[in-house]
Write a protein that binds this ligand. Sequence first.
Ligand code: GP9
Ligand code: MN
Length: 680
Amino acid sequence: MRQKLLSFYHKYRSLFLLAVLLLWVKTYISYHIDFDLGVRGWFEHLILLINPVAGTVFFLSLSLFSKNVKRGHRILFAIYLFHSMLLYANIVYYREFTDFLTLSTMMEAKSIFVGSENFISGAISLMKWYDFLYWVDLPCLFILMKRRSSALVLADERLLSGKPVGGKALAWALILFLVNLGLAEISRPMLLTQTFDRNDIVKHLGINAFTVYDSIQTVKHKNASHTPEMDDVKLVSAYASKQYAAPDKKMFGLAEGRNLIIIHMESIQQFLIDYHYMDVNGTEWEVLPFLNELYHSKDSIRFSNLFTQIGQGKSSDAELMTETSLFGLPRGAAFIRNVDNTYYAGPHILREKAGYTSAVFHGNAGSFWNRTDMYKGLGYDFFFDADDFMLTEENSTEYGLKDKEFFQQSMEYLEQLQQPFYAKLITLSNHFPFPYDESSQPFPQADTADESVNGYFAASNYADQALQEFFSYLKESGIYENSMIVLYGDHYGISDSRNKDLAPLLGRDPDSWSELDNIQMRRVPFIIHIPGCSIGFESSVYAGQIDILPTVLHLLGIDTKDQVFLGQDLLSPQRKQVVAFRNGDMISPSCAVIGEQIYDLNTGETIDENNEFKHKLADYYHETALEQLTVSDVILNTNLLQSCGPKDLAPVDRESFDYSIDPARLKQMAAKDQEKKARP
Ligand code: GP9
Ligand code: MN
C-alpha cells in the first residue's frame, strides 16, 4: 500500500495537484470558519468535504492544455488567484449579508456604492485578523513556480511534454461533478430546480459550482422572453383575489384625507424597542427613548411581530415592498433589474384615487439603488436627493446627509408640498458599520468583540434623537395633527453572523444561539401613528413588510380589492399569518421552516420527524410562503402589470417626472397653490 501511494505520488506530484489540494483545503476550512451552511449528519458533511474538488479541478485543468510549462504555470497561477479572490469576496460579503455573491450583485455594485471610499471602508470593516491565512498560499505557490529546477517544476515539464493531459483532467472533473451532483440529489432532491436558497446550493455543490450555476441562471433570465403567458395571468389574478383581505370596517378610513408621512428607518430592529444597554459600570442607557414613547402612545398602532423580508436589494427591497406590496428578486435588486416594469405603487394610487402629491426625501445620491429612475416608475412627483440638500464635510457621512440635518433641511420642502401629500423620508445615519461618532457621547459604545455591534446602539440613539427633532418640526409647522405617520425599520443592523456577539447583551448564551434565533431577530418596528386617534394598541399578528401598503391604504380609506397586492391588511380579521422570507424560509406563530429544518416556536426546538401533524402543518405553511414568492417572481419577471394592471387605474406616465429641477418646480407649484387659495 505504502509502495503504491509512493509511486502515485511520484507519478502525479505536480504544481497542478498541489494547487488543487491547497484550494480544496482553503475552501473547506472557510466553510467551517466563515460560512454557516447548516450542515447536518455525516452524509451532508461528506458532500461538503468533496464539493470543492470538481470545480477546482475543472478550472485549474485549463492550465494543462499548454505544452509550454512556463505558460501553463502562468495560467495556473492566474486561475488560482481568481479562485482565491472569488472565495475571499464571498467570505467578506457573507460576513455582512449572510449570503453569497451573485452575478447580479456583482454587476449592480456600482449602484450600491457611493464611491470607492465607501466600498473600501465597508470591506475593510469586514476583514478579520486571520484573513491573511486565505492569502498566504499565493506567495508560496508563486515561489515554488519560480524555482525552475525544483522537483515539482521538473515533474510538470514531464507531465506537459508527454501525452496531452488537459482533456483527461477535464474528464475527471466532470466525473467528480456528476458524483457530487448525484449525492446532492439524494440529500436534497430537486436542488437546482426547486430552491430559493443559495445556502443549499453551496452546501451541496460548492462555491465555484454555485457561481457558475448562478451566472447561467442570470444570463438565461436576461435572454428569456419577458411577456406573460395566459397561465401566468391566471395564476396571478387568482392569487391576488384570494389574497385580498377585506378591511375591518371600524378601521377603514380612520385616517382618511390626512397626509401620509412614511419614515424608512435605516437598520432599526425591533429588539431595540424598550431595550436598555447596561454599561460596564451598571448604568442603563435607553437606546430609543423617543421611539419607545411613540411606540406606546395611545395614538399608535404598533406591530410586535413584523419581519423584514428583504433579499439582496436590502433598502431598495424594503422600499419596493412598501410601495408595491411585491417582493424583491431572488437574486439582485428589482430597483435595478426591473426598473422599467410597470408598477401600481403607493404614490400613483394615492394621486389617482385621492389627489395626493408625493415626494421622497433621501440625503444620498439619486443613483444609489437606481432610485432616480425607479421613483418615476413608482409615480413620485418629487425626489429630493443629495443634490437638493446642502451637504458639507461636517454634516454628512459617506452615505450622505446625517439624519438631524436631513430632517431639518427636508422640512423646508415638506412645508411647501401641496396637501394632502404622501412624503417618504429615508434615513441613513444608522448604517453599517456603525462607526462610533464622538458627538454621540455621553451614549457609550458597547463592549463586545464586534466593532459594529459596539457602535450600533449609539448610532441608533442618534437616529432616535433625529426622529424626535423631526416630530417637533412637524408639530411646529402644524403638519403633525393632520397627518398619519408610519415608521418602519428597513432590515437588520446586526447581521446573522454577528448575533452571537450580541447575544450576551440580550441575556443569551452565544453557545445556545440557533438558526431560529437569527430569524427571530428579523423583526423590525412598524408603527402607525395617527395623532389624536386615541385607539392605539399593540398587535402581535405575524406579518411582513409586504403587508404594509394594503394596511396603510385601508386606513386612508382606499380599498385595494382591484390591486395586485401580495400582502394583506394587518388589521383585517381575515388575514393569514404566514411570513415568507426571500430565500424560501418561513415563520408563523406556531412554527418556522429554516432550510431543511422545521422548528416549533413554543419550544424553540426542531420538530421530531415522527410528529406527522406538525410536519404536515409546517409543510402547508411553507407551500403558502413559496407560492407567494413564486407569484411575485412571475409578476416581476414577466412585467405582468404592464398588460394586466388594475381595471380602474391608468399606468404611470414616467415621462411626466423630471427630478432635476425639483426645488424650482416645488416653488412654482406652491406659488400657484397660494394664488388659488387667495382667489375669492
Ligand atoms: C443608501 C441607503 C442604504 O442610500 O438607503 O442602503 P442599504 O445599504 O441599507 O441597502
Ligand atoms: Mn438600508
